[in-house]
Design a protein around this ligand. Sequence first.
Ligand code: ASP
Length: 386
Amino acid sequence: MTPTAARRTLFTPPVPASPFPYHPGSLLSVTDLTVEGVSRLLARATELENHDPLLRDHILAKRRVALLFYESSTRTRTSFELASKALGADTTLISSLSSSIEKGESLKDTGLTLRALGAEAIILRHNSSGAPWLLEEATRLPVINAGDGMHEHPTQALLDLRTILAHLDPRTKTCHPELSNDRHPERSHPAARDGAVEGPAFSNFREITSETLAGVTITITGDILHSRVARSNMLLLPRLGARVLLCGPKELLPQQAAGAGPGIEIERDFDAALRQSQIVMMLRIQAERLAGLQLDLDEYKAAYQLTGQRLAAHAPAAVVLHPGPIIRGLEITAGVADGPQSAILEQVTNGVAIRMAVVERALLAGGNGAPADRPSSVEPQQGGLA
Ligand code: ASP
C-alpha cells in the first residue's frame, strides 16, 4: 500500500455541524432520515410509480431542478432526470466538462449562479466527500447528494433497500431471487403465486421498522474502502435490523470497518460469507480512487469474484445486487450478472421510483407541510427556500 492509501481511513471525518439549520428537503446522508422517514419515502415511491402519469406530472409542474455533476454517471443522472420530469419539473444538467467549472468556477459560485437562474433544488454529484454540505450552506437550497467522493450515496441505499424488500418474503423473513413477482411472473415464487404476497413484495412493507430486516444477512463484497454505496448501506440497513457482512482484502477493507456500528462484521472468506447470506451486493474496484494502491487482480478474482460456480456452491438462493457500473469478468462474471439470481436491473428501475419520492420531498418539504423526516436532533428550517 502507498503512504497515501495507508493514511486514508475508512470513515471520513464527520461533517462539521452546519451553522444554519439544514433545509428540510435536503438529503445529504441516509442518517438525515428517521426509520419512519425511510418508510414514508418508500411508500411514496410506490404511490408515485403507480400514479397516472398524466396527473403525476402536475405535482412539480414547472419547478426547476438542476443536476450538477462533477463526475460521470449513467444510472444516477438519468434516473434523477427521468424522476424529476415524471413529476413535471424542468431539469437542467450542468456537467464539469461543459460548463464554467472547466474554467475554474468554484462549487459555491456555480451553486449561487444556479440559484440566480431559478434553480429550486440541486442534485449534486461530486468527487469530494462533503461537497453537498458546502453547496447547501452556500445556496440554502435543498440539495440532494447523488454521490460525494468516498462518503455517501443515500438514494442508492434507498433503492437497494427497495430491491431487497421486493425479494423478501414477509412471512419467513427470507429473500428469494424469484420473488420479484411483478417483473418476472414466470419466475414467481410460491409465496407470490398462492396469494400470500400480493404484487411486489415491498407493498407488504408499508411500515418499515427497525425489525423489518431482522434475520436477513447481507454481504457487501469488494472495494468497501472507496465505496460511498457501501457506506450508505452500512448506515441504513442495520437500522432496519439487518446483519451486514463486509468482505474483501485488507487493502480494500481495513479492519476498523468492523467497528463501524452494530450489525456490521467482517468476513474475509467470501465463500463463508456467501453461505450466510440472503443478499450479496458486489462492488466494483474504484480504479479512479485507488491513488497508487496496487492490487494483484488474479489473486483478487480468485478470492472475491462472484462466479456461477461459487454462487451455486455457497449461495444458490441468494439475490445478487450491484450498484453498477459492473465490470464483467472482474468482480462478477457475465453469467452471474445476467443470471436468474441477479436483481441488478431491478435496482436500476427502482432508482426512478425512489428518486421521484426524494425530488418531491426536496421541493415540497417545508413548503406544503410535508414532513421533513429529519432526526429530532436537527431542527428543520421553516418556510421552504431561503
Ligand atoms: N455508481 C456507484 C457510485 O457512483 C458505484 C460505482 O461507481 O462503482 O458510487
